[in-house]
Design a protein around this ligand. Structure first.
Ligand code: NAI
Length: 319
């Protein structure tokens, strides 16, 4: 059998760890030797109210089982205080699981500025504040593992979740950028889009589905991605009920137009089916520098009258 991946002496911050997925992660890491900062301000599903007991109950459970954990009741918007809790108690931060979240589902028409701001704040600003405070610590120790919690709603869009989807997609961009900036310091960042039974999904999924989607079934991927032996970074994974898939972008071969006055909306209309043709040649850009697109730009220039005689070169770099 494969040896267990351990986290002895690693210090893990799990935000929103008083219930649902965050609780499952906390129990998971503690059982494998980590010291866990169990953060939760104990709010309701919509971000209303606060209660210290959410985090305290999880810490008690970990300690009773012989594990190490400390409760932190800060709002994720005070992410620096959460990191301070980790440093005060355990002297380092190795792993940050950005997991706290709320919902304020409404059709875009009915969504208030507050619904928008509160959801963006908890998911995106909260993840930013914790990660920003942990970043210099991780850089200095040349080790860090970050998880951003995205959502299928964020990847694909979802009716009634404009605020939530905007935040969840933003977290993918944040994760991908940190993956690049962290590479030289052995800091990785990955985004996950989980599907699991929790108070968040309790009312939107049938009972038998909820039973198949235990929150504990998300922890194996999070554990793998945050282990010291894992170099994987900049990934996006959907996971639920024992199924894990990896996701990336796909581009079509597209159409190269002559970039002159013949390049009009009507010209686009005429060839739109080709632009949008995913059944022909496709490519999978993994970075801004992937230069299939840059090659096409050179082709467009070569076609255009402007380019006649001019020495335009594209070296695959964009500013
Ligand atoms: P949950 O509601 O059980 O857990 C979220 C936790 O975050 C709660 O304990 C809450 O008290 C805490 N929290 C809320 N605002 C906070 C704040 N400002 N500061 C600190 N803690 C705060 O929900 P669940 O399902 O465990 O969600 C965990 C994450 O997974 C969320 O980011 C959610 O958006 C995401 N997710 C969950 C899915 C699912 O199927 N359960 C689907 C897609 C994404």
């Amino acid at each position: 059998t494969t040896p267990e991946l351990r986290f002895d002496n690693r210090v893990v911050i799990v935000s929103g760890a008083g219930g649902g997925l965050g609780k499952a992660y906390s129990l998971f890491f503690a059982a494998r030797g980590a010291k866990v900062v169990v953060n939760d301000l104990g709010s309701g599903l919509k971000g209303e109210g606060a209660s210290a007991s959410a985090a305290d109950v999880v810490v008690d459970e970990i300690r009773r089982a012989g594990g190490q954990a400390v409760a932190d009741h800060n709002n994720v918007l005070d992410g620096d205080k959460i990191v301070a809790t980790a440093l005060e108690h355990y002297g380092r931060v190795d792993i940050v699981i950005n997991n706290a979240g709320i919902l304020r589902d409404k059709s875009f028409k009915s969504m208030t500025d507050k619904d928008w701001d509160d959801v963006l704040n908890v998911h995106l600003q909260g993840a930013y504040k914790i990660t920003k405070a942990a970043w210099p610590v991780m850089r200095k120790q040349k080790f860090g593992r970050i998880i951003m919690t995205s959502s299928a709603a964020g990847i694909y869009g979802n009716f009634g979740q404009a605020n939530y989807a905007a935040a969840k997609q933003a977290l993918v961009g944040l994760s991908n950028s940190l993956a690049r900036e962290g590479a030289k310091y052995n800091i990785t960042s990955n985004a996950i889009a989980p599907l699991a039974a929790s108070r968040m999904t309790a009312t939107v999924m049938p009972q038998e589905m909820l039973e198949a989607l235990k929150p504990e079934f998300i922890a194996p991927l999070v554990g793998y991605l945050t282990h010291e032996s894992t170099q994987q970074s900049g990934g996006l994974f959907e996971i639920g009920g024992g199924v894990i898939t990896a996701h990336r972008w796909q581009g079509t071969d597209g159409v190269v137009f002559k970039a002159d006055s013949s390049f009009t909306p009507a010209a686009v209309k005429q060839r739109f089916a080709e632009i949008d043709n995913f059944n022909g040649r496709v490519y999978y850009p993994a970075s801004m520098q992937d230069n299939d697109w840059m090659g096409k730009l050179a082709e467009a220039q070569a076609l255009s009258e402007n380019a006649q005689g001019a020495e335009l070169r594209f070296d695959g770099k964009v500013a």
